[in-house]
Design a protein. Structure first.
Length: 312
């Protein structure tokens, strides 16, 4: 089965267009940015609804504080920034999550992983998922393509809560078919196989589908993780029980990311042989996204190679 594509779009660009659509739907929606509106595409919302957009300048703690106050006053609030800069507001994000039920606050982080590319290693945020998993209450969303992003934004703005949505910089293939499904806390089985399970998140889902084609029909179960927290443990355990081996794929350091989340589940409920395709505990370097994916072993060829070596 060949994975069909329908064009290319970055997750951040899709996110910006989704905000505009949701702004029409929700009059109480407020959007903030910390001086990166052209990078996060929140400027599209500003252009459509200038009276509902706030810029905090280069002041992430101030942005998160203002966003929290607006959310506590009854608004749906989305605060946007490049992921690596949200480091500066970590204590404020923790404090926000302690404000109780009824608060509707979304943190949208663009330019994640090594896909940031030539901005340089200091701009590669490969630990954001680990940081956010340490904060109770936050739901962590990791959609796969532009259509998936649009549906994720629609869903998370319907129900109050604390959300973190992970976006990327470069254009990636659109491969989801309409109607796109996104359910918080649910993983999706995208390919069926019986020799191994590939569990992937974010834009690595497409690479995993490509790898499954090269591995052959019926070789790999491919599980797409659109929500890292809460994690769909039932789908993961069922697939691991069926195939007996699991490979995780992510553009993130293995520490605190998808690998450790999945391993933590299987260690308790279904001990299973595992292998990780991720970034090691390293500082990364500058380069084009595809070059870096090859260098650090998280591209399609690396997934195929690792899977073949793993199951023999």
């Amino acid at each position: 089965m060949t994975t069909e594509t329908y064009g290319n779009e970055s997750l951040r660009e899709a996110f910006g267009h989704a905000l505009v659509l949701e702004g029409e739907r929700w009059s109480d929606l407020r959007v903030l940015d910390a001086g990166t509106k052209n990078s996060t595409y929140s400027q599209l919302f500003e252009e459509a609804y200038p009276d509902r957009f706030y810029t905090a300048g280069i002041n992430e703690p101030g942005m998160v504080g203002l966003a929290t106050g607006l959310a506590m006053s009854g608004h749906r609030v989305v605060a946007c920034d490049m992921s690596v800069f949200l480091h500066h507001a970590y204590a404020h994000i923790r404090a926000a999550a302690r404000q109780g039920n009824g608060v509707h606050l979304v943190l949208a982080a663009s330019h994640t992983g090594i896909a940031v590319g030539p901005d340089g290693g200091s701009a590669h945020d490969i630990t954001d998922l680990a940081r956010m998993r340490l904060i109770p209450e936050f739901k962590i969303l990791t959609p796969w393509d532009g259509l998936h992003i649009r549906e994720a934004v629609r869903v998370m703005l319907e129900v109050p809560g604390y959300y973190y949505i992970r976006l990327n910089r470069p254009k990636v293939p659109l491969f989801m078919k309409e109607p796109v499904q996104f359910e918080i806390g649910r993983a999706y089985r995208l390919r069926e196989g019986d020799r191994m399970t590939i569990i992937a998140t974010g834009d690595k889902v497409f690479n995993s589908l490509q790898a499954s084609e090269e591995l052959g029909e019926g070789f790999a179960d491919v599980i797409g993780i659109g929500t890292l927290e809460p994690l769909d443990t039932d789908t993961i355990i069922a697939s691991a029980a069926r195939t007996g081996s699991v490979v995780t794929v992510e553009d993130h350091m293995f520490t605190g990311g998808l690998f450790e989340a999945v391993a933590g589940v299987l260690a308790i409920y279904k001990p299973t042989l595992m292998r990780r395709i991720s970034l090691s505990r390293i500082f990364t370097t500058s380069g084009e996204p595809d070059e870096l994916a090859e260098l650090y072993g998280i591209d399609t060829a690396a997934i195929v190679r690792q899977c073949r070596e793993f199951v023999g």
